[in-house]
Design a protein around this ligand. Structure first.
Ligand SMILES: [Zn+2]
Length: 126
């Protein structure tokens, strides 16, 4: 939690909301950014209400626009069919690190997305 400005240590700052655009893999994502501005030195820093902009805000939008599987969907499907990551890695020739970072909210590659969607599609889901 940020209780003071990381630049000048002032504890007086204002939370702001601003409409911004970011380019993710050539796709322009528009989002509402939440950040703090220091009242004393005007330094901009992350708001504690928006701890991970990419994972919490931008990547979910990217997935929505590009019809990608979400980490939540992935985890739910694995549970439903009692499939482990090591089994997926073996069957689909994947790297477990890649699956783990996807589960934690990192943006999956297009290839990983297709491979996983195909897999679940073939067992009658997705
Ligand atoms: Zn400051």
């Amino acid at each position: 939690m940020n209780n003071f400005c990381p630049k000048c240590c002032s504890n007086s700052f204002t939370e702001k909301k601003e409409f911004r655009k970011i380019n993710v893999r050539g796709c322009i994502i528009e989002y509402n950014d939440l950040f703090n501005i220091c009242d004393d030195c005007n330094y901009e820093f992350d708001s504690e209400n928006n701890p991970d902009l990419l994972k919490d805000t931008v990547y979910p939008l990217y997935r929505k626009y590009n019809n990608y599987m979400t980490p939540e969907q992935f985890i739910k499907l694995k549970r439903k069919f009692q499939i482990t990551n090591s089994l997926l890695c073996k069957k689909l020739n994947l790297v477990s690190k890649e699956l783990l970072s996807f589960e934690k909210g990192c943006l999956q590659t297009k290839k990983l997305d297709e491979v996983l969607k195909n897999f679940f599609y073939n067992i009658g889901e997705y």
